[in-house]
Design a protein around this ligand. Structure first.
Ligand code: CS2
Ligand code: MG
Length: 404
């Protein structure tokens, strides 16, 4: 079997997605997600100009060899653009392998380790009172885990809070330049414990509650946040600080037992190595598209298993249904699964990417279709041309640029 063609499809059914489709001489095709929010065309160019010419004529069954060829063979390593491009190829090759075998990919990864993939939903609202209604909505749908985010008094807008009833989408295609938001750590730290208290008081001790700090604190501030939330037993706080300086997490660990989840902007096992091997985190949140595909993410999860670290894969709507389908194949099969983020895609996106996965009672099921269980409807995709859209830029109240 040989790869005969590959092409990149950039489509924007409400938001941009980059998809690689690989075709073979036996008529079987595979797809992979290469979406990098706000920098989509860089991955498309990396694939079109530098990767696709290398794929033609290769044996699609040689997934590991192709991964090493694209990774080591490029000499220049790691980084979100490179690793998303490699991920798109890797994911498409697993899709092909599953279809050839007539098996869903999780069967090739060792089969099911659990009956369903527990997911968390996003409750976000301007006020704590509105948030309680949002949480109620998720509990009513059967969710066992809910991420809670609210507006901060005194700040015009806050990460994680959309307009109630609409899909949260931080990248803005209406503006020529990135939107700008304003941040105050003092106002934030003064607000969050009361939000957790209100939700715990209303929903009791066993609902898993999560919160995303989105890289905004210093280690000592994060330690204070973790300590202040301990009475409300968060399931995790996510990205409490930027993770470039990983020894900073030792400081957080010295002060709090609140579990920590990190990794949505990581691209390789080397980005995770210190946090995992020093047991500085509890959940690793890397995902298929930004961390080199199924092949590499499984390696990260295997490393994590040695150190009591569980998976918590990123699953925002800027990762396409192809990425979600691939993540579910891993989630259902690995021994150290923790939790999967789930934000349902828009109906337009679901129509462009018909898929077999389904949600019921707080769990996602990957389905039993051969391969990943997701496809790309190219005709539907063609109706939604690419629209440039940037993620926001964040500033402190005095105008200093701060991590968004
Ligand atoms: C977020 C993401 O889902 C999450 O945890 O941190 O929504 C993140 O902001 C986006 O993926 C950025 O593209
Ligand atoms: Mg996050």
């Amino acid at each position: 079997m040989r790869i005969t063609a590959a092409r990149v499809v950039v489509t924007s059914p409400g938001r941009n997605f980059v998809t690689l489709k690989i075709e073979t001489d036996e008529g079987v095709h595979g797809i992979g997600d290469g979406t990098l929010n706000g920098r989509e065309l860089a991955v498309a160019s990396y694939l079109n100009d530098h990767v696709i010419p290398l794929l033609i004529g290769r044996d699609p069954a040689r997934i590991e060899d192709t991964w090493q060829y694209l990774y080591q063979g490029a000499y220049w390593r790691r980084g979100p653009v490179t690793m998303s491009a490699i991920a798109a190829v890797d994911t498409a090759l697993w899709d092909i392998k599953g279809k050839v075998a007539g098996l869903p990919v999780h069967q090739l990864l060792g089969g099911r380790s659990r009956d369903g993939v527990t997911v968390y939903g996003h409750a976000g609202a301007d006020t704590t009172e509105q948030l309680l209604t949002e949480v109620e909505h998720y509990v009513g749908l059967g969710y066992k885990a809910v991420r809670i985010q609210t507006g901060i008094p005194g700040l015009a807008s806050t990460y994680g809070v959309g307009h109630v009833g609409t899909t949260y989408e931080p990248a803005n295609a209406e503006l020529d330049l990135p939107a700008e938001s304003v941040w105050s750590t003092e106002k934030y730290l003064a607000q969050v414990p009361s939000v957790f208290k209100a939700v715990r008081d209303e929903f009791g001790p066993t609902l898993r509650l999560l919160h995303d700090v989105h890289h905004r604190l210093t280690p000592i501030e994060a330690a204070r946040l973790g300590k202040s939330l301990e009475p409300y037993s968060p399931f995790w706080i996510e990205d409490p600080v930027r993770a470039e300086l990983q020894e900073g997490f030792r400081l957080i660990r010295q002060h709090t037992t609140t579990p920590i989840a990190v990794g949505e902007v990581f691209n390789s096992i080397w980005d995770c190595q210190q946090l995992i091997s020093e047991q500085l985190i509890d959940f690793i949140r890397t995902t298929v598209v930004h961390a080199g595909g199924i092949t590499h993410l499984r390696r990260i999860f295997d490393l994590a298993a040695l150190y009591h670290v569980r998976s918590g894969s990123h699953g925002a709507t800027d990762l396409s249904p192809v990425c979600l389908a691939a993540a579910l194949q891993l989630d259902i099969s690995i021994p150290n699964f923790g939790l999967q983020e789930y934000m349902p895609h828009s109906p337009e996106t679901d129509a462009v990417f018909p898929h077999g996965y389904s949600f019921a009672d707080g769990y996602l099921q990957p389905g039993e279709q051969p391969g990943l269980g997701v496809d790309l409807d190219e005709e539907a995709a063609a109706a939604y041309p690419y629209r440039p859209a940037y993620l926001p830029v964040n500033r402190l109240e005095d105008g200093t640029v701060h991590s968004w």
